[in-house]
Design a protein around this ligand. Structure first.
Ligand code: CMC
Length: 428
């Protein structure tokens, strides 16, 4: 017999069905709560709210487990390519060789961005943050490919997915090139996905650029680690915007904007800036640990620490920390902020404030150090996160549409003024 949850409100009992996911997460189904009881739930920040059923990503924050479609993040980071993982997330299974060739070839053929989009770049200030530019231009893509307006033509979804995966790296590198005053590079379709991105980032007409396989491999791992993370802030945004049947470009653009915030993906830029500040201030990590402990008065948080869901360790951070050591030594880079980061981690992990609140380094803590070693400038870090997260956003948007989810529309508990009489301006 299925379990039920009993609730007593105002002396009356109600029962609600419970459900269990494939990894044994348990939930009360309260879809009829208000109809039955007249009450709604209050859950600020959705700390206890399952907004959807999803078959894409499983994570266990207590055990530090992260799996995409049943494959562990450790296995995928060690053995897969980013585009294989993208296919897995979006279509549910690892591709066969043939399926992969078709997918990859389609992406190669769509890397070129409409020349009129280049003109839009000219209107941005040269020092515009590339996340703002990226979100605007992805939104603009809906004007260039209007055939998905309203989202009724599902047949074209695959083509829009390919366009997003193919063109976002091109657009991302353009904002960087423009900030330097350098000519924007066109994609070179003989190159694979990540080398093509690196070539557009770093090649100049005046000299040869050869993609370093160490750099390409490190980026492959980083993008895989960022590819999905179930119902996080930006992904929930993508699903919520898409639930109104807004088109995929508008939905992804909204996700990019959500990701930019410093408490979410924008934390990777904040971490490096914080480590630089600590270095410039003499490298005394204990001073900053103390400041973070008094966050309520100082307003200072240790960026790259803490996670809504991981309360033991972030499995992505574990892989990234090791990768940071490997990549820096392979590239012969000696970055003093790596030592500061390790010192900060060590100090925080032995401090009761952090231990009792289960605050550990998250994915953003060490990723910036690797990006920096790869030559990627600080204000592009969150853009890299966005390129990595793109397959997850697409997969979640597609699942939401296929499950025919209703429009997202939370309730509230109104705390404002009760009904009062309007007084004309001359009587106030
Ligand atoms: N430094 C100092 N104190 C912290 C930190 C931190 N980084 N994070 C949380 N706390 C404290 C917080 O002040 C609170 O203390 P108290 O119980 O005394 O009021 C307690 O820990 C719980 O924090 P919370 O803000 O209620 O936790 P949350 O689940 O709402 O927030 C978080 C999670 C990630 C937003 C938060 O830990 C944070 O702001 N971290 C820094 C930003 C960051 O690194 N973000 C990247 C997250 S991982 C990648 C991604 O999702 O994009």
């Amino acid at each position: 017999m299925a379990n039920t949850a009993e609730l007593t409100v105002d002396g009356k009992s109600y029962s609600f069905p419970t459900l269990e996911g494939t990894e044994h997460e348990k939930a009360f189904d309260i879809s009829n709560l208000r109809d039955q009881t007249g009450y709604v739930t209050l859950d600020r920040g959705y700390k206890n709210t399952g907004a959807t059923k999803s078959a894409i990503t499983f994570l266990d924050g207590e055990l530090g487990i992260l799996q995409y479609r049943g494959y562990s993040i450790e296995d995928l980071a060690a053995k897969a390519s980013f585009l294989e993982v993208a296919y897995l997330l979006i279509y549910g299974e690892l591709p066969t060789k043939e399926e992969f060739n078709t997918f990859e070839t389609a992406i190669r053929r769509h890397t070129l961005v409409n020349e009129d989009m280049r003109k839009i770049f000219d209107g941005f200030p040269v020092n515009a943050h590339p996340m703002g530019v990226l979100s605007s231009l992805v939104s603009a893509m809906s004007a260039f490919y209007p055939d998905l307006q309203g989202g009724s033509d599902e047949d074209k979804t695959d083509l829009h997915i390919i366009r997003l995966l193919a063109k976002i790296p091109t657009i991302a590198t353009w904002s960087y090139k423009r900030s330097l005053g350098h000519p924007m590079n066109y994609p070179k379709n003989q190159l694979d996905y990540i080398p093509n991105f690196l070539n557009m980032m770093f090649s100049l007409p005046v000299e040869d650029y050869k993609v370093d396989p160490v750099v390409a491999e490190a980026l492959n791992v980083l993008l895989i680690l960022h590819a999905d993370h179930e119902q996080n802030c930006s992904t929930s945004t993508v699903r919520l915007v898409g639930s109104s049947q807004a088109n995929i470009y508008s939905s992804i653009s909204a996700g990019i904007s959500a990701l930019w915030g410093p408490l979410h993906g924008g934390a990777n830029q904040e971490v490096i800036e914080m480590l630089e500040d600590i270095k410039a201030d003499g490298g005394d990590v204990s001073k900053y640990v103390e400041m973070a402990k008094n966050a309520k008065t100082t307003g200072f948080r240790l960026f790259g620490f803490g996670h809504r869901v991981y309360k033991n360790f972030d499995p992505r951070a574990k892989i990234i920390k090791k990768a940071a050591d490997d990549v820096l030594s392979k590239l012969g880079v000696n970055d003093p902020v790596l030592e500061i980061a390790k010192g900060l981690e060590e100090a925080a992990l032995h401090d009761d404030y952090f231990v009792s609140r289960k605050l550990y380094p998250n994915v953003d803590f060490y990723s910036g150090i690797i990006y920096r070693a790869l030559g990627i400038p600080t204000n592009m870090f969150t853009v890299l996160f966005a390129i990595g997260r793109l397959p997850g956003w697409i997969a979640q948007w597609k699942e939401m549409r296929e499950q025919k989810e209703p429009i997202g529309r939370p309730r509230q508990i109104y705390t404002g003024a009760t009904l009062r009489e309007f007084k004309p301006l001359d009587q106030r």
